[in-house]
Design a protein around this ligand. Structure first.
Ligand code: GYE
Length: 331
């Protein structure tokens, strides 16, 4: 009897060891990184710009809904349009060891240090909606979003066509988006390039309204005070255009008639203004990036190759087209 005791102990130790290895193996295959939770879900840390516009609200809804639908554990942070808040949020995500980080950079510059920290922690980063100007493209896996230069160009080309018979100067005022942001820089550039085709078209004032209705209203009031003859308003988004409508009406002018109004985004309120004849043209920018973002997050987490740039497909709207599209508009 005594002889059997040691061998029994050996069997027990072996069994315990096997069990432990089995559990560990299961954990590894579930998370793919061996260090995370073992429920098979990926954790996505997302730093949003803020809640400055109808576009942003629709974008946030799209991201939250698609995360839930895709079974992605979303950690969402609202940076209230401040870069320092976004940097803080990204550092928190790194500390929490999320599987993937995605963010919509409020401005283009100043991200290299924090992106390097994510890279050193081996957490893949996806840029969504807006891009960064980092020279080192290895700091992020992909950029999913619109071509903002194209949006500005489409807006400008429409205006060139409308004013092709103009014999005198056409005075344009521009409401820029958030200073230093990719959509503000790029829409300005695309629009300026397009209107250069007709020397009669002149931007007489250009200032930031920070992508908000309040900003659009306030800056438009100043524009109207300083310039007796304004023929065209180009607003970098619907919300600033909507804010400007109040200033224009208060100044005794008829929006869409006395002043031609061109915006970007095509959210519901903007489309309504266009259908009603208060706006004249909108270059679309789609906020519905959630489903593609979840797909990309899963792919980069699995180490799959993804394209470095994924461009959103979009269109433009005239007043007639807005009337037709409005009943189906989801956001
Ligand atoms: O056009 C504007 C929002 O980055 C494309 O941000 C986005 C822009 C959008 O505030 O409405």
């Amino acid at each position: 009897m005594r002889d059997h005791l040691p061998s029994r102990r050996i069997i027990a130790v072996l069994a315990a060891a096997l069990l432990a290895t089995g559990t560990a193996a299961c954990g590894n295959s579930d998370t793919g990184d061996g260090g995370g939770k073992d429920d098979g879900k990926i954790t996505l840390g997302f730093s949003q710009v803020g809640a400055e516009s109808g576009w942003r609200t629709a974008n946030t809804t799209s991201i939250k809904e698609s995360a839930a639908a895709a079974g992605v554990d979303l950690k969402f942070d609202d940076a209230q349009q401040k870069q320092e808040n976004q940097i803080k949020a990204i550092r928190n995500f790194i500390q929490q060891k999320v599987d993937v980080i995605a963010f919509s950079p409020v401005v283009e510059s100043g991200w290299d240090t924090v992106l390097k920290e994510a890279k050193d922690a081996k957490i893949p980063v996806i840029l969504t909606d807006r891009s960064v100007d980092s020279a080192d493209k290895s700091l992020y896996k992909t950029f999913l979003g619109s071509d903002f230069v194209k949006e500005g160009r489409l807006a400008g080309e429409w205006l060139v066509e409308q004013k092709k018979g103009a014999t005198g100067p056409v005075n344009i005022v521009e409401l820029q988006g958030t200073t230093g942001s990719a959509p503000a820089n790029d829409r300005k550039k695309g629009f300026a390039e397009a209107i250069a085709a007709n020397p009669n078209l002149k931007i007489i004032a250009s200032q930031s309204g920070d992508f908000t209705r309040a900003g659009g209203k306030q800056v438009m009031e100043q524009f109207l005070k300083a310039n007796p003859k304004i023929d065209v308003l180009f607003a970098h988004n619907d919300d600033m255009g909507l804010g400007a409508l109040e200033a224009i009406t208060a100044a005794g002018k008829v929006p869409g008639k006395d002043i031609t109004i061109i915006t970007v985004d095509a959210v519901k309120d903007g489309m309504q203004a266009l259908a009603d004849g208060r706006f004249n043209f909108i270059a679309e920018c789609s906020p519905l990036l959630g489903p593609q973002l979840m797909d990309l997050a899963k792919k980069v987490h699995n180490g799959e190759e993804v394209p470095a740039r994924i461009e959103t497909q979009e269109t433009t709207f005239t007043q007639e087209q807005a009337k037709a599209a409005l009943p189906e508009r989801k956001y």
